[in-house]
Design a binder for this molecule. Structure first.
Ligand code: ME8
Length: 518
């Protein structure tokens, strides 16, 4: 069983059928912010991501390109500009990256499949149904919408073949009981009812093998079958810790997962099939599965097969990595769908990052340089508005922590920006430029600028999980070592001296009219 101080968070393992897009980046950046936050809280974090490399679609793509499926996925995952490069660009601090073509994962999956078969949870039968190739999903008559795939609306074709099935239906009652006894298991809460009604409609057993897709993990006792994607894919969460293999040995330490973060379209697999598989394997169940909403573009979900994707590399090059991270985490209500638009992106960068945050830092540093030659004197005098600013800034850590614990990521960033806005208002209230006119106000001026430095320091600490590059630059301008950006320094007044160094603007203002006209 995992220990109390551990925190195991996972992203879905993405299909490397094509380059990943901003939708995949969204999930991964959210998990990264959570993982970084928990590490700063002192948790022992395991942050897992990876790629789901088997299946029909990848087999077809590779064939069209004239390469083997393994060559195809190697290029997309490890090649220049591939998945790993993208996560490097976006500063994703994953601890482990699993590829389902890795030998150790294959070994684990085969053991899992064998065990489930030996104990009667997997059986052989005939699959009759409808298959949607782009979604790699089988559907029953009742699941089709107007005779088409309920997920993507495309044509399905009739399929009938010998296949192995997992007895999902056997676990229906235990699943309902799980949801009832663990209200946090399915999140957001609103999605729980969808899962309950799906089960109540009559849970079907799950087809877990194919005889027509060679690009998959062979069923160990019947090698004309390969495992059908979901058993292979879901098992990654435990094989990556060493369950069923010798490669890793931290299953006991980290399992069960604290959070599986997924998009809402695969919540069902994670809250029905996966816990049923774990029940069958007699393993502990994850703490929470969070199904976030979709980034929409032109009214539809961004997806590789639709081609309406936004390239995160282009966005990062143009606006900077932290601006993109911030936009994703701040703009879209976590759990709901949200529209990705350039207008909204530019407006967020300008209002929050350039104006509120960037200006607060540059004004504070510039005034300390101008009035005190860069070093704040030790002699300071308290005055009006100080207490209110201090109270707001001191209240911020607990509020941000509560939001992060509840997976309210946009609200967490909002709490930090509330303090930043309060500090900007404090500049207007105390008017340091007026204080500077009279030598008699020198001590008061020193205190005002000191309070601003402390507000910036505390904000920088809490912003680190979201904007890891920017807070280093903030520290530099405030004359702090990056190693000082720690949660145990989250008390107003913890630092008493400041020698600042003016640097470049954190986020140059973007001329929206010019930018959008291009
Ligand atoms: O489903 N908006 O892989 P996948 C928000 N291999 N998130 C999005 C998104 C969008 N427009 N598009 C993709 C698979 N995502 C399986 C998973 S897990 C055991 C196996 C994100 O490449 C979101 O997290 O289709 C979604 O669930 C995931 O990418 C789907 O990635």
């Amino acid at each position: 069983m995992s220990q109390n101080n551990t925190y195991y968070i996972t992203t879905p393992i993405y299909y490397p059928s094509d380059k990943l897009h901003i939708g995949h980046s969204y999930t991964t950046v959210a998990c990264d912010a959570l993982a970084r936050f928990k590490r700063m809280q002192g948790k022992d974090v395991m942050f897992l991501t990876g790629t789901d490399e088997h299946g029909q679609k990848i087999q077809d793509k590779a064939a069209a390109k004239g390469v083997t499926p393994k060559q195809y996925v190697d290029e997309i995952v490890e090649g220049k500009g591939g998945v790993k490069d993208l996560w490097k660009l976006l500063d994703i601090s994953y601890d482990r990256f699993i590829r389902t073509t890795d030998d150790y994962h294959i070994e684990s999956c085969q053991k899992i499949f064998q065990k489930l078969y030996d104990q009667g949870d997997i059986y052989k039968s005939v699959y009759k149904g409808h298959y949607c190739k782009p979604c790699e999903s089988f559907w029953t008559d009742s699941q089709l919408v107007d005779g088409k795939c309920p997920d993507c609306g495309r044509e399905v074709y009739d399929a009938e073949e010998e296949a192995y099935f997992f007895k999902t239906s056997k676990y229906a009652d235990r699943l309902l009981k799980l949801y009832e006894e663990n209200p946090q298991f399915i999140q957001p809460e609103s999605r729980k009812n969808e899962m309950i009604s799906f089960i109540n409609q009559g849970l079907q057993d799950t087809c877990v093998s194919r005889t027509t897709v060679p690009w998959g993990i062979p069923v160990p006792f019947d090698t004309k079958h390969t495992m059908y994607v979901w058993v292979d894919a879901l098992s990654n969460y435990i094989s990556a810790l060493g369950y069923g293999n010798e490669k890793y040995s931290d299953y006991d330490k980290f399992w069960p997962a604290t959070i599986h973060m997924v998009g809402k379209e695969i919540l069902r697999f994670h809250t029905i099939l996966w816990p049923a598989m774990l029940m069958a394997l007699d393993l502990p169940l994850p703490g929470r599965v969070f199904g976030h909403g979709w980034l929409l573009l032109d009214g539809g979900k961004m997806s590789k097969s639709k081609g309406n994707v936004v390239d995160p590399v282009v966005l990062c090059e143009r606006y900077g990595v932290d601006a993109i991270r911030y936009f994703l985490l701040r703009e879209i209500p976590f759990g709901n769908d949200g529209i990705f638009s350039n207008e909204a992106l530019i407006s967020r960068i300008n209002s929050d990052l350039a104006n509120d945050l960037g200006n607060l830092l540059s004004r504070t540093v510039a005034m300390i340089e101008k009035y005190f030659g860069g070093t704040l004197p030790a002699q300071r005098q308290a005055g009006d508005f100080d207490q209110d600013l201090m109270d707001t800034v001191n209240a911020m850590p607990a509020k941000v922590t509560a939001c992060m614990d509840d997976l309210l990521i946009p609200q967490a960033t909002q709490e930090i920006f509330k303090a930043i806005q309060r500090a900007n208002k404090y500049i207007d209230e105390t008017a340091p430029w007026a204080l500077a006119k009279d030598e008699a106000n020198k001590d008061r001026l020193a205190m005002v600028l000191y309070n601003l430095c402390e507000s910036l320091r505390m904000s920088a600490i809490l912003l680190t999980p979201f904007l890891p590059n920017t807070t280093g630059k903030m520290a530099e301008q405030l004359g702090l070592a990056e190693s000082e950006l720690t949660f145990d320094a989250l008390t107003f007044g913890a630092r008493t001296e400041y020698t600042v160094h003016k640097g470049e603007a954190l986020f140059p203002r973007i001329d929206a009219a010019k930018e959008l006209a291009e």
